[in-house]
Design a protein around this ligand. Structure first.
Ligand SMILES: Cc1cc2nc3c(=O)[nH]c(=O)nc-3n(C[C@H](O)[C@H](O)[C@H](O)COP(=O)(O)OP(=O)(O)OC[C@H]3O[C@@H](n4cnc5c(N)ncnc54)[C@H](O)[C@@H]3O)c2cc1C
Length: 500
């Protein structure tokens, strides 16, 4: 029997499929495309998602780097540099990763974990029922029907799932036009740090650059291929597919000189995109009975600063263990609904900072003044760190019903005294009780079928930490007295059901 159908084998649908497989569920994943999408979209991942990949062993698998991920000494907010001078206060992790590669890697992991992945199978319609969802699937050979207990719409911003069940998608469409392409530019105009040096204009460094008439994005992410983007106020006069000539004209309007942008060299597909009106929208709810929304199906916003996959992949990991628990029969009341209560506000904050960054990239002298003021503010270390935490999502604190300083946050990158990294203890997606004084294991033994109890020591650390499968701390204690024992029992019951 099929317990879960996931519509959409983009990064978020595939990540959810992998998480469900870790929980012992074999989902069916449908995608209308004939194979993994080669569409150039994301160029990298930014924020806590990198720590989360580390917690599944995927950071190492994807990068080939055996070391733990390291936070960046600086990052950008609307093209303005945030410097994190104090090495202990560096919130932003970043990793270059073209989206087609990420999709292929996740597809392989899903297949290795036994996921039933069906390319060329399009979700054509659905009918929610009391005990499941009837799903109509269209293939080149005709139609067939599935009836899973749950359907997850990971089918992108235009989600048929979201529309079919009538979930609203309120928000705004900005009066701006963004253009983006991979291009070839003569070597003499390129700088070693990945930017441009244009006679009559000067240096346009790597990243987002503000000009009074619009924004220019420059990024050398592959040898020989430069990513160039522009953003202007108004709406596009052009119809039909974008062209390099259109981007070149837009760049000339902004910087005042003609920059010889040419067709990119080397094998494609290459990015070539016009976004005529930036949507910033969020589904009013992420769950309607047995239908759930995930990733771009639940929220869309500007790609500035690359927040999309930080949000979507963490949605997937938040939902995976909860839906797995629901199907495996041990989910406590309300666990599945906590997907919405935890992740919807996180999506709202991403929309807030992505719109704030877009506003700071607007044109005109008022925005110039605002950027001057912002420049003064971000020179203050605490402001820089605050914005870095916002962009990374490391300020996300769920209400887990426990007020220890660690509770509700993603567990820090701890290494036990014997050298074991806590991130590695989470590879199999099971909850972990870290018993660091030998006192907590006895209390937790009645949940041992659902959680992994790890004994160890951590000099200067807490006495015990309960970590959910998504890496968030459910409960922690510095001592372990009888009150802590009661609190641990309450937390175990809240997240993992009654004792057995
Ligand atoms: C130009 C651009 C640059 C970006 N840069 C970044 C970046 O640097 N970093 C970052 O984190 N994010 C970035 N993003 C955002 C990121 O690409 C998205 O957030 C991400 O693609 C969302 O993944 P998803 O799996 O939710 O949806 P999608 O990637 O849209 O995947 C949806 C899948 O569903 C399938 N599908 C749709 N309808 C059906 C159906 N009816 N039946 C079956 N299958 C269906 C589609 O074929 C597709 O494979 C960028 C986006 C754009 C457009």
């Amino acid at each position: 029997m099929t317990n879960v159908v996931i519509a959409g084998a983009g990064p978020n649908g595939l990540m959810l499929a992998c998480e469900l497989a870790l929980a012992g569920i074999t989902p069916v994943v449908l995608d209308a495309l004939p194979g993994p999408s080669a569409e150039p979209k994301a160029n990298g991942l930014v924020g806590q998602v990198i720590r989360m990949l580390d917690m599944r062993g995927l950071y190492q698998a994807f990068t080939g780097d055996e070391n733990p991920p390291q936070p960046s000494p600086a990052w950008m907010f609307s093209g303005m540099q945030l410097d994190f001078e104090d090495p202990s206060q560096r919130p932003v992790y970043a990793m270059l990763m073209p989206q087609p590669r990420l999709v292929r890697l996740l597809e392989k992991r899903a297949r290795d974990l036994g996921v039933d992945l069906r390319w060329g199978h399009e979700l054509a319609g659905l009918r929610p029922e009391a005990d499941g969802v009837t799903v109509d699937v269209r293939t080149a050979d005709g139609h067939y029907t599935l009836k899973p207990a749950y359907l997850v719409g990971a089918d992108g911003g235009k989600s048929l799932v979201r529309k079919s069940i009538g979930i609203e998608f309120p928000g705004t469409t900005s009066a701006t036009v963004a253009r983006l392409a991979q291009v070839h530019v003569p070597d003499e105009l390129r700088t070693p740090d990945g930017g441009l040096d244009i006679p009559g204009v000067g240096r346009i460094p790597f990243g987002h650059n503000w000009f009074e008439k619009g924004m220019v994005l420059v990024g050398a992410l592959q040898p020989d291929v430069l990513l160039v983007g522009t953003k202007e106020d108004g709406r596009a006069d052009e119809q039909g597919p974008m062209s390099i000539a259109e981007l070149r004209a837009s760049l000339q309007r902004i910087v005042g000189v003609d920059v010889p942008l040419e067709e990119p060299r080397g094998p494609g597909p290459h990015a070539l995109r016009r976004i005529d009106g930036q949507n910033t929208r969020q589904a009013t709810c992420y769950r309607a009975g047995r239908v759930l929304l995930l990733g771009d199906a639940a929220h869309v916003h500007s790609a500035m600063g690359g927040p999309g996959l930080n949000l979507g992949l963490q949605d997937a990991v938040n939902l995976g263990w909860k839906l797995g628990a629901q199907i495996n029969g041990w989910a406590p009341h309300g666990l599945l609904d906590s997907y919405q209560t935890e992740r919807h506000p996180v999506g709202q904050r991403v929309m807030m900072h992505s719109m704030a960054q877009s506003a700071l990239m607007g044109s005109g002298p008022e925005v110039a003044a605002l950027r001057t003021l912002f420049g003064e503010l971000i020179a203050m270390p605490e402001v820089s760190v605050h914005l870095g935490r916002l962009l990374a999502g490391s300020d996300v604190r769920y209400d887990v019903g426990d007020d220890h300083r660690l509770s509700g946050y993603l567990v820090p990158d701890l290494t036990l005294d014997d050298g074991r990294r806590v991130a590695a203890l989470l590879h199999d997606g099971r909850p972990v009780l870290l018993d660091l004084t030998g006192a907590a294991a006895n209390t937790a033994r009645h949940w041992a079928d659902r959680i992994t109890i790890v004994a160890g020591t951590l000099a200067g650390g807490p006495a015990a930490v309960l970590i959910r499968p998504d890496g968030y701390v459910a409960w922690a204690a510095d001592e372990f007295d009888s009150a802590d024992e009661r609190r641990l029992q309450a937390s175990l019951t809240r997240w993992f059901g009654p004792p057995h």
